[in-house]
Write a protein that binds this ligand. Structure first.
Ligand SMILES: Cc1ncc(COP(=O)(O)O)c(C=O)c1O
Length: 498
């Protein structure tokens, strides 16, 4: 074996790394390489070493260079296809008990359909208050920013003060700023509460059907799930276990997914049950800002006797899920443990965005934005309900339209077993629907296909077009209207979806 000088060896190693990145497509054709000076400083080698590596790749045809300009990856290079994912299944790494429980929480997002995607949780880009947010960010960027160092685990004082005032005004929830713990979205709030409430094997009550991401957290924590059925009014409190549960996650303002608003009697029963059994009540108030035909209902946390209630709010439905900001309002005895859990998890939520949100809320911009998007969501909802009526009439039943940003649509003529086929056929026609089936655990479900349709991210015209297309897809299914009207033409159709 020939012995390379250290410099030549380093140059070859750098050339080999860059070659591998070009072949893998990480550095695509046309990509500019770092300057020789910059890369040399980063790698702790001489500039001549990097120049030698680049010259090697130029000679091999991987790079192009022009005098005075940085080298770029040569045009026309094709990235090698990635190795087949399942060619040789690899033995699983040894994982913790937590790690091995995560498999069921893995989520694959299907590609976006072309015409209308009724994915719940989506928001429209044009609804984001860009100008107000820019102003709030600028207000949070003083000349000598205080936020360059670490912030407080529980969140920026300005944001907690703004949230305390907002929750009082908007939700009738009286809390102090000191009580609030800012989190990275509801998801982290659920996770932190699970860490504090659940030991392995402890029981956690969830709504059935309910929010899969809360179930996933509890399962990953090693909890045993106690699914409690939901009817049109939300959690059926009569079915709560007599004892033993450590936490219950519920969505009382607008049950996810069926849309019920928990009535006063059940609210009272729930807080009594929590006081008696010692369970924590995690009140997920994810989209209570949007109500259409109903008066606002104060949260459980605002009730007398709500001492076991942990309130959980988010800006994922009002501003953006990408900002990852939410807030917990726990009873005073949980504030310290939640702050500590937050600190250990990720120190604190990003400070600049917290300061910007504080400025937006305190300056009135947040509530002005809410008023504006409430009107837009009301128009979207009206378009969806009108399109469903026009396209399906009495053949569909719409549930949960009084609040929130989604509805559940039941197709009376399609058996539950056809739900996946319906979703696949709609997707092939450019319409994204999401089946209710996976949201159920053990509760009996209606024997007809049901889908969750989110409308918060779609223009009314898209909503109408999507539902119209869906009606066409259904009419063409075997047994659909078109097929009944023209059985002969349907049998000629070899690619009938479903
Ligand atoms: C029941 C429920 N809670 C919370 C959220 C929001 O989650 P996050 O704040 O983590 O974005 C959603 C989003 O769809 C939801 O459906």
């Amino acid at each position: 074996m020939s012995q390379l000088s250290p410099t030549a060896g380093q140059a070859q190693a750098i050339a080999a790394e860059l070659r591998a990145q070009i072949l893998a497509g990480t550095l695509p054709s046309g990509a500019r390489l770092p300057s020789t000076r910059g890369l040399a400083a980063e790698r702790g080698v001489s500039r001549g070493t990097v120049t030698a590596a680049y010259e090697q790749l130029l000679a091999e045809g991987y790079l192009r260079s022009r005098p005075g300009a940085r080298a770029v990856v040569a045009p026309g290079l094709r990235a090698a296809p990635p190795p087949a994912a399942d060619a040789e299944p690899r033995a699983p790494e040894p994982l913790s008990a937590y790690g091995s429980r995560l498999a069921s929480a893995e989520a694959v997002q299907p590609p976006r359909p072309a015409l209308a995607d009724f994915r719940f949780g989506d928001l429209a880009a044009e609804d984001f208050p860009l100008l107000a947010w820019k102003r709030a960010l600028l207000a949070a960027l003083p000349r000598r920013p205080a936020w360059v160092g670490y912030g407080a685990a529980e969140g920026q004082p300005a944001l907690r003060a703004a949230l305390a005032a907002y929750l009082w005004r908007a939700r009738g929830l009286r809390c102090t700023a000191e009580q609030i713990v800012v989190v990275n979205g509801s998801q982290q709030g659920i996770d932190l509460c699970a860490r504090l409430a659940l030991d392995q094997g402890a029981a956690a009550v969830v709504e059935d059907p309910g929010y899969a991401r809360a179930r996933d957290v509890f399962r990953a924590a090693g909890a045993s799930l106690l699914p409690v059925p939901v009817d049109q009014d939300g959690l059926m409190t009569d079915a709560l276990p007599a004892g033993g549960a450590r936490i219950v996650h519920l969505t009382p303002s607008h049950q996810f997914p069926l849309g019920g608003v928990l009535p006063a009697g059940r609210r009272a029963a729930l807080v009594d049950w929590a006081a008696k059994t010692g369970a924590w009540v995690l009140e997920d108030d994810h989209d209570s800002e949007f109500r259409y035909d109903i008066a606002p209902i104060p949260p459980l946390a605002a009730r007398p006797g709500g001492a076991r209630v942990i309130y959980l709010g988010t800006i994922s439905k009002t501003l953006s899920p990408g900002l990852r900001l939410g807030y917990l309002v726990p009873p005073p005895e949980l504030v310290g443990p939640l702050r500590a859990a937050k600190r250990l998890t990720d120190r604190h939520a990003p400070t600049l965005e917290q300061e910007a949100l504080a400025a937006l809320i305190a300056g009135g911009g947040y509530e002005a934005h809410l008023r504006r998007i409430r009107r837009r969501h009301a128009a979207r909802r009206a378009a969806l309900l009108a399109a469903l009526r026009a396209g399906f009439g009495a053949r569909v039943r719409v549930q949960g339209a009084a609040a929130g940003l989604h509805v559940v649509v039941w197709f009376a003529e399609l058996p539950a077993a056809s739900e996946t086929g319906l979703v696949t056929a709609a997707r092939a026609a450019g319409v994204g629907l999401y089946p209710v089936g996976p949201l159920y655990v053990a509760a009996p479900r209606p024997d007809c296909a049901g889908v969750v349709m989110g409308y918060g991210g779609l223009a009314p015209e898209r909503i109408t077009a999507g539902v119209t297309r869906l009606a066409e897809v259904l009419a063409q299914r075997p047994g659909g209207r078109a097929s009944r009207a023209s059985a002969a033409s349907m049998t000629a159709r070899s690619n009938t979806p479903g």
